[in-house]
Design a protein around this ligand. Structure first.
Ligand code: ACM
Length: 511
């Protein structure tokens, strides 16, 4: 990191997958929530998803305070500050398994958020932060703040009492109350609060710094309000996503973030003024390791993409040039390999899905599409003509080519506007379990000449189980010979899958 001029190491120490730092006052955290009975996270999640104590068959671990001191001192010798993160109020299943009294129901394995109405929550968090501050000299303490479910709070009498007493009108304001409280505590101790962008919900604490991850818009809002921000939008800065074509890559989270895309990110948007720009403190990359089984693979996810973040952090946008950067990155990969690291070998990069660059011609191009089930607002892929615009998706569902459907699947009717001979009807679907996108259970393909009477041409059953991790594309096609004006394409979700996810397709190709 130091060699490539990175100066902050943000260490996400605790999460629902385990508590990973020794806290002297609460040794139960690492005794009872740092291990699990299954090595594989997917298997563990599909089973009872409970923590266990250390044993020869348990998987897990944690850093002792001596380990932490050694890491902080080593980083410091390289001019790197380690910023610790202690998650609250969400992603806290592991704490609540050990101390269920800190959850709204009082039961382990029910809630993922701390009960904010319970004063003991604040005693616990302040005790933990006190030990954390003693270990980490960093001015900033990261308190998480992301993805709280806020479910338990809605039916909790303690939370309701607190909301009434403090005049908080909704659960966002309840969350904000907690963040304000923790900020006051940190500031009193001479530290500054940093949190993921959800800490803005319900009103941002007065001195807080925002880490903008869901997009850059939250960081922009923060600096416009006079706060500091760190930019780390998921589409550019998450290194747990694929950096190359999935079939040539180790299993990763759904998403395609090649080095060129990382390099293209400008953390200081033109839309903010000179004063506001000063509040953008920097840019960060994240590598979430739940699905990364070894250190070697972690290195491969980080390098060489981290070079693109480092150069972005230190280079004016008008001095960035990808062709020059890539030459340097190729050399850096050789250097890193010589040093015994395991970078992704950039010279073997396969790149984006070829179909992404083609524009298809077929009978349904530009024809009206009637949606009997709506597409998701989250993945509209350009709207009502997305399935007949000739444009195909890439390796990522969020590149505005894949149209997403949730709950009831797909049911569309395309009007070819004249009756004509049709020889094939097909669509491609994507499965990526880590991204919660699944193949349909089956597909039904119908045609009609009058829009009233439809004939079923084919009913195709999916053969990729929804439990199959990895990245898959599969075409569901009918071939034959029929006179038709209307095409009805139905993709049914697998109702036996209890995880509600998306069905994605990019184009319904009619020939
Ligand atoms: C995050 O990725 N949930 C910050």
């Amino acid at each position: 990191m130091a060699y490539y001029k990175m100066n902050r190491f943000h260490w996400h120490l605790v999460d629902g997958t385990g508590w990973r730092v020794e806290i002297k006052k609460y040794p139960q955290l690492t005794q009872q929530a740092a291990w699990r009975p299954y090595e594989n996270l997917v298997e563990w999640s599909d089973k009872e998803r409970q923590y266990c104590e250390k044993s020869p068959n348990a998987y897990g671990g944690y850093y002792t305070q001596e380990d932490v001191k050694e890491i902080v001192a080593y980083a410091s010798s390289k001019y790197i500050t380690v910023i610790p993160e202690i998650e609250m109020p969400g992603h806290s299943e592991e704490v609540l398994a050990v101390f269920p009294q800190l959850s709204c129901t009082g039961k382990a394995y029910v809630n993922s958020d701390f009960c904010i109405g319970n004063p003991k929550t604040f005693i616990f968090l302040e005790d933990v932060l006190t030990e954390i501050m003693a270990l980490f000299p960093s001015e900033y303490i990261h308190i998480g703040g992301d993805e709280a479910e806020k479910k338990g709070w809605k039916s909790c009498s303690k939370c309701a009492d607190l909301m009434e007493k403090k005049g908080l009108k909704d659960v966002d304001e309840l969350q904000s109350y907690m963040i304000h409280h923790i900020e006051t505590f940190l500031n009193k101790n001479g530290r500054r609060l940093l949190g993921w962008d959800e800490i803005m919900q319900g009103g941002l604490a007065p001195n807080a710094t925002v880490m903008s991850w869901r997009g850059e818009e939250y960081g922009i809002k923060a600096v416009q309000a006079g706060h500091d921000a760190i930019m780390t939008p998921i589409k550019y800065c998450y290194f747990n996503f694929y950096q190359d074509a999935p079939e040539s890559h180790v299993l990763s989270w759904a998403g395609y973030t090649p080095i060129e895309k990382v390099y293209s990110y400008n953390p200081v948007p033109d839309s903010v003024n000179v004063e506001e720009k000063k509040h953008i403190l920097g840019v960060q990359a994240n590598v979430w390791t739940e699905y990364i089984p070894t250190e070697n693979i972690a290195e491969m996810m980080i390098w060489p993409r981290a070079l693109a973040i480092a150069e972005t952090g230190w280079t004016q946008p008008d001095r960035k040039l990808f062709s020059r950067f890539k030459e340097n990155a190729l050399n850096a990969v050789e250097y890193l390999k010589d040093k015994g690291y395991n970078p992704f070998d950039l010279k073997d990069e396969v790149g984006e899905r070829k179909e992404y660059y083609d524009t298809l011609k077929h009978l349904a191009i530009g024809k009206p599409v009637e949606y009997k089930q709506p597409f998701s607002d989250e993945y509209p892929a350009g709207g009502k003509d997305a399935l007949v615009n000739g444009l195909q998706g890439g390796w990522s569902c969020d590149n505005n080519r894949w149209q997403g459907f949730i709950n009831n699947g797909i049911d569309v009717v395309i009007d070819l506007q004249t009756t004509q001979t049709v020889h094939s009807i097909q669509a491609t679907f994507m499965q990526d379990v880590f991204g919660w996108c699944w193949m349909p259970k089956d597909v039904e393909i119908y045609t009609s000449v009058d829009s009233q009477n439809f004939t079923l041409l084919s009913n195709i059953t999916n053969d990729i189980p929804f439990t199959q991790v990895g990245f898959f594309l599969k075409e569901f096609a009918w071939k034959g010979n029929v006179e038709a004006r209307y095409i009805r394409y139905v993709a049914n979700p697998d109702k036996s899958n209890t995880k509600v996810g998306f069905i994605f397709t990019d184009e319904i190709v009619v020939r």
